[in-house]
Write a protein that binds this ligand. Sequence first.
Ligand code: F6R
Length: 607
Amino acid sequence: MCGIVGYIGHRDSQNILIEGLKKLEYRGYDSAGIAVYTDKGLQVKKAKGRLAVLEDQLTGAPLSGSIGIGHTRWATHGKPSDVNSHPHTNVQKKISVVHNGIIENYIQLKEELIAKGYVFESETDTEVIAHLVSDLYEGDIVAAVRKAVKRIHGAYGLGVLAENEPDKLVAVRMHSPLIIGVGENENFIASDIPAILEYTREVYILNDGEMAVLTKDGVTLTDLEGGPVSRDTYRVDWDMQTAEKGGFDHFMLKEIYEQPKAYRDTMNPRIDGGRVVLPEVGMTADYIRDIRRVHIVACGTAYHAGLVGKTVIERLTRIPVETDVASEYRYRDPIINKDTLVIVVSQSGETADTLAAMREAKRQGARVLAITNVVGSSVARDADDVIVTLAGPEIAVASTKAYTSQLIAFYLLGLYFAQTLGTVDAGTVSATIDAMEKLPEQVERVLDQADVIKRVSEQIKDVDNLFYIGRGLDYTVVQEGSLKLKEISYIHSEAYAAGELKHGTLALITEGVPVIALATQEALFEKTLSNIVEVKARGARVLGIANEGDAEMAKSVDDVLYIPRTLPLLTPALSVVPLQLLAYYVSLARGNDVDKPRNLAKSVTVE
Ligand code: F6R
């Protein structure tokens, strides 16, 4: 949510900033800007719209200089506009700031600064920081930033550049991700690794309350009091190709097709001799035996993975599990104590709602296990135990391979607990592992049926409403399918427990309304089929998704897609794939920007 890049070194910075911002555009894309220290002093260019608009403006009038900061925005305070775009500057245009996050006390600070005579140009909270730093500046930008951050409350990743001190860049982190790239005679700041990976693999991952001062020749880390912080760099072990489209038209499609690999990578190192091994989970057998309840907390797609996780853990261990949306969790006064295991799920590991819920759970004495895709993320660092999903970087705003890797993580965790508790026998554990090992190849067989989905997407692309139905685990999966469609196609859809339609929603089923029906749960197949027949009788046009061999489905629906048979518990890892493809192809058919849907951004670092 908002992307920051900064450069100080021996090369011209404009290109590095723009190329870096392109890699971060997934974090926000309603406007962009850069500030560069040029031979005419600090100069800023910023523009509403995609980064390409800014690039066009820079083509005729480049900003030349070897120190600069850049920003791509996801609006919080003030609509997308040229003036609300970052960087923001002080009145004299000599201090420039880029910011990711929200300054909660900005109104109070703004009033104070206005009373002192400062004139604001924008509606943003960020501009307050530029004027505040200016107000506190006495010839030392590091000292001024340090004083300023003591006055601001909220979340911030900051990059600050002062015309009077063009030999340094200042970066500060509080609840918004920021990394420092360490190069040779050049250093970088960025919200995320892909922005700088072309230049260096050595990074510092800043913690909350840490500041970095970058010069061309070095990086100094301190806390907010100026006390030294010493830390080794982290070496990034994946390369740029992983974060590029690699021949696919969109990141989302590439990431859908990467799922077999993501399954193998997440699963294989954790399976040994027919058992699950999770050395990263440091829980003793006694601790696991004492768990009385599990809370799974997450947002959006990760929450949907948590819904599957609930069924997996309950079926395998008989421990009661509740799954909560993170933004609600804290406010419902959940019953948490030392027997409660809280599992937080987050692809980015930086989602503000999830982090806040996790901190509340820890405050109340729970042990927290994180399932995340990002090593070194805030969630990973604050949790007691971490299972890293090895899906590789996920760039498309619509999450796909992260979701399915989270499912794999839940299967592994559920089996691991079950092995320890003896709640399922060794034969069942090894049979489940055998079935899991077949999933990657089975996903490939689902992907081979993309043509069926393309055909159905043509029928759906112009509708205003559609419905997804399913029972049991199928109901959890259709919730994810419906979210995926909404976020990238902008078509309204609802996911319903198939048995619930008759209690109200059936009134909305009329001639030609599309219904996507999932019926992969053997024990519920007949019942879901009855619900399909009910919507058909009211004129719905149905795409049915069922297990291979369930030929009854084809007789009852307009279009059918069969997924390979697996254990009922594992079907979500296959049945979600056609729903991901459906959302992709409908979005494409409607001419939308699949990877960057309107109003959204990846990594939601504001509450
Ligand atoms: C939807 C999507 C979001 C995220 C949610 C949580 O496709 O990606 O719903 O799942 O914002 O993000 P993470 O997993 O990064 O915490």
